[in-house]
Design a protein around this ligand. Structure first.
Ligand code: SAM
Ligand code: DTB
Ligand code: SF4
Length: 346
């Protein structure tokens, strides 16, 4: 069903205005999405770029800064993750950072051109108490600097989501990572349904949803399409969809995984763009193994955001200067902060 009928109703999410001629569907099947995904590459990229330009009028890319505010020692067993305590990856467990230190880093990120500041904690779930209170202070501080604030802290309760909203949180990141069918092969310490429940709580609290996944974990193409179907068939599309290529980390069960072909990432991004026209599609982990040309092809396919800075959470990312040169050479402008606050179809 298209949600044209809902246009004009009070929505709790924000984003670009999707023109009426671009349908917003929430009833995709895996077979339909697979047909799009498998389209001849140049036709696929053309279609995705057409949707992209109908919604986003220019070729701006949002620069997001990522900071690990609580590194390592996580009790979960996500088989891709260097921060799981049970894998010997060389990542040491650290305490939650001090609020002032985090805000110092946010200030630097803003000066370097970031409009969104994302804070990640290696927690299974949020626990009420002084640490969560500090995170709320971090959110308030980042917002006061005039940036969007995003957190990724694991599972949340309704009341925690409400408190994050009250602190001014723009978005909450909680990835589905892969399809429901594949999930159990990757993580055993929580279920897909746990993931969906947290996403519903984030949505209900009026916080923007950031949810996506990883390719290159041994999943099938149908798993990739299945994940996109789950994201797109929610009542509202996520405002933000990160697409990560697995960064294989020594010590994790997925250390020996083969690098994905860059073109697989392009297909995934293009398909996400076509299914969720109003979403920010984020070319996230894995950029170090992409050429400049492959990254530009990802942008042509609809990616309009990157994480910049020398480290992601714990792994390396392209250098700041190289990213700035890439964008400048291609004539891609960094996105200005969205101050309109206008509600959108999703
Ligand atoms: N603990 C919280 C959680 O799991 O939701 C937040 C932090 S977690 C590190 C954020 C996301 O980073 C994961 O959902 C996963 O998609 C991504 N990620 C982690 N390790 C990765 C890797 N080696 N390669 C690509 N993406 C990775
Ligand atoms: C997302 O999807 N990717 C980012 C962000 N959301 C939090 C994290 C990528 C982490 C890659 C592994 C690491 O650096 O530890
Ligand atoms: Fe923990 Fe998140 Fe890493 Fe999973 S992805 S081990 S929950 S930090």
């Amino acid at each position: 069903m298209s949600d044209h009928a809902f246009t004009g109703h009070a929505h709790t999410h924000h984003g670009p205005a999707v023109p009426q001629e671009i349908p917003l569907r929430h009833d995709w099947t895996v077979a339909e999405v697979r047909a799009i995904h498998d389209t001849p590459l140049l036709d696929l990229v053309y279609r995705a770029q057409t949707v992209h330009r109908a919604v986003f009028k220019d070729n701006a890319v949002q620069l997001c800064s990522l900071l690990s505010i609580k590194t390592g020692g996580c009790s979960e067993d996500c088989s891709y993750c260097p921060q799981a305590a049970r894998y010997d990856t060389g990542v040491k467990a650290e305490k939650l950072m001090q609020v002032q230190q985090v805000l110092e880093s946010a200030k630097q990120a803003r000066q370097a051109g970031a409009t969104r500041f994302c804070m990640g904690a290696a927690w299974r779930e949020v626990k009420d108490g002084p640490q969560f209170d500090s995170v709320l202070d971090m959110v308030r501080g980042v917002r006061a600097l005039g940036m969007e604030a995003c957190c990724t802290l694991g599972m949340l309760s309704d009341s925690q989501a409400k408190r994050l909203k009250e602190a001014g949180l723009t978005a909450y990141n909680h990835n589905l990572d892969t399809s429901a069918e594949k999930y159990g092969d990757i993580i055993s310490t929580r279920t897909y349904d746990d993931r969906l429940k947290t996403l519903a709580r984030v949505r209900a609290a009026g916080i923007s949803v950031c949810s996506g996944g990883i390719i290159g974990m041994g999943e099938s193409i149908d798993d990739r399409c299945g994940m996109l179907v789950t994201l797109a068939n929610q009542e509202h599309h996520p405002e933000s969809v990160p697409v990560n290529a697995l960064v294989p980390v020594e010590g994790t069960p997925l250390a020996g995984s083969k690098q994905v072909e860059p073109v697989e990432l392009v297909r995934m991004i293009a398909t996400a763009r076509i299914l969720m026209p109003g979403a920010m599609v984020r070319l996230s982990a894995g950029r170090l193994s992409l050429s400049q040309e492959a990254q530009l092809l990802c942008m042509l396919a609809g990616a309009n955001s990157i994480f910049f800075g020398d480290t992601l959470l714990t792994t390396a990312n392209p250098e700041f200067a190289a990213d700035m040169k890439l964008l400048a050479d291609a004539g891609v402008k960094p996105l200005e902060p969205d101050t309109t606050g206008a509600p959108a179809r999703s």
